[in-house]
Structures are given as structure tokens and as C-alpha cells.
Ligand binder design. Sequence first.
Ligand code: GDP
Length: 356
Amino acid sequence: SLTLGIVGLPNVGKSTMFNALTRNDVLAANYPFATIEPNVGVVPLRDPRLDRLAEMFSSEKIVPATVSFVDIAGIVAGASEGAGLGNKFLANIREADAICQVVRVFADDDVVHVDGRVDPAADIETIATELVLADLQTIEKALPRLEKEARVKKETKAAVDEIAHAQSVLNEGRTLFSAGLDSPRLRELNLMTVKPFLYVFNADEPVLTDDARRKELAELVAPAEAVFLDAKVEQELLELDDESALELLESIGQPEPGLDALARAGFRTLGLQTYLTAGPKESRAWTIRIGATAPEAAGVIHTDFQKGFIKAEIVSYDDLVAAGSMNAAKTAGKVRMEGKDYVMQDGDVVEFRFNV
Ligand code: GDP
């Protein structure tokens, strides 16, 4: 499955957040056979729609979708110069599908900042610079060979132009993602900064409740998404019952656990969405990429469902809830039969028809 790699400077709260991410009982209950690697945090994507469906269908259980985060340890500054740990750091990032940077915003004199001051913009720049430099090295290695090939092979000329353009963007110190560049060709080169970025601002109450400051930080990283949370509080929440947890969140001006927002943002950053199934056994969210067709969606349940796909019986969640039951939705003409070209929409409640 797709993963987000967690990166950040030392002492920004990565371990604290990662510990909070890896502690969830939901997963143990629903995925008893999943082997979970120690450096992977699998987080449920909380979805109140599943609770409602479970009620309607008297489902025995609820199975949410999940998002995986990989803890990428290692040095950051100087990584592109290829010191041993730096190489490993970059290799781990190459394996991730998106990059999630934790940025320190919280003030705490007891926690040393590597550069001696809390400066989110500078921290973001430090990591981006290492990745940009590593991508420039990759391109400098690849380009001469491609240029040579372009002299005899016309098709390669377009590749050379595209890669040279990427190089000029990187030379300005910008990531390819922030410049909106992405293509199979750039992906083939295994460049790191084409991957989508997501930023987690680890902040305390004064910042979490300061809309203007949050907006400023969010603008700093756009078009990447920004999530604001207090990693220390997230860890504390896990020890509390629901009511105390809610109180603690309210005290720092947060409407929900930051990890829930992080899971959603991570999901979007990876280009994923869910569709839903519901029945007496379970109400469940299934993960597909945005733009997936009905047969592709069926294939997530079982490859045979995709191979033998005939039709998908689909009702949108809102229509189903408005009707009150599947039968009522059918009577109201809200249940559609969709064929193999149908592009799945978020919140589709689905039953597949297939040949076995
Ligand atoms: P890492 O090096 O990025 O993994 O950072 P850690 O998670 O080990 O955190 C470094 C220190 O900062 C620890 O003492 C944490 O308790 C503290 N810390 C982490 N998050 C927060 C936070 O949101 N607020 C405050 N005040 N301290 C935090």
C-alpha cells in the first residue's frame, strides 16, 4: 500500500507524533493478520459515515480505511552530500509515495532546537534543499546519457527538454511538487521532489488558536496541505477516555484529534479516496485511487471481482441516508446500475455484481 514518509529536523516531535500514530486498537481488532513493521504507523481514517451504515445494516463490525506512515530516521542536513546515514535517509524517502514533514512551531526552552531558534520557514527550507540537491545530482547523472541518445533518437529530445526544465526549477531551489511538475518520465528517474508533500506543524495552544498565524504557515507550504497539531497532546489523548480527551482538545482549541486530520490529509496527499460497502457482516471503507473505475474498485475487494465484473449497484451515501434504508433508496430511484467505465465517487455505497 502507499505510504507517507515522515521526515523532519531533530527535536521537532517526530517520535512523539509517531508513537501516537502507532498506538491504535482499531487496527488490532480489524486487521489481526496484518504484519505491522516497527517503523510503520498504520492509522485508521475515521469516518462517521461507517457508524451510520453499521446502524442501518446492523453490521457486526466497522472496518475503516487506513493510511500508512513510515518513520524515516537519519540525518537531514548534509544528506545529499552522501554521508552514510544520509544515503539511507534518501533511500528511505525514495521508497515513500509522499513526504510528510513535521515542523516545530512549539516554543519550549527545555527542548533544544538544532539551529538554536524556532523558525518553521527555515526548517522547511533545510529539508527541501537537501531533497532538491539530491534530485539535481540524479539529473546531472542522467542527462548526458539522454542528450547523447537524443542525437540519434528523436523521441528522446522531448524527454531531455522536460528533464532540463525540471533541472532549471530545481536550480531555483524549488521542489518539483511546488512547481506543479510531475510526469511518468520524472517519476522514472526516481526524483524525490515530484512526490507530494504534506506538512505537520507541531504547535502549542497559542498558535493552534491563532487563525492568522495558522493561515500564514499554511500559505508558506501551499500547494501542499498543512495539518496543525500538538504532538504531546496527541500522545496524552491516547491515555484518556473519550470525555476527558474531548475536554483536553477543547482546551487547546482543537475540534478533533490532530491525528484524525492528519490521516485525512495524508489520504488526500496520496491521491486516495474511499468507497463504502455495508451489510450484516461489516460496514467497510475501501481504498482506491482518485479516478478509479468500478472494476478497479471491485478489484480492491478481490481480483475475481474485477475479472468477473458485470455491474456495480451504487447509491451515494447522502441519498441512502436521506431515504433511510436500501429498499427506500431503491423505491426512490436513487440506486444506480453502473458499468465498467464508471468513475467511482467518494461516498459511493456499492454492491458489485460479478461472474465467478
Ligand atoms: P524528534 O527528534 O523529532 O523525534 O523529537 P521528539 O519527539 O523526540 O521530541 C523532542 C522533545 O520535544 C521531547 O522532549 C518531546 O517531549 C518534546 N515535544 C514534542 N512535541 C512537543 C510539543 O508539541 N510541545 C512541547 N512543548 N514539546 C514537545
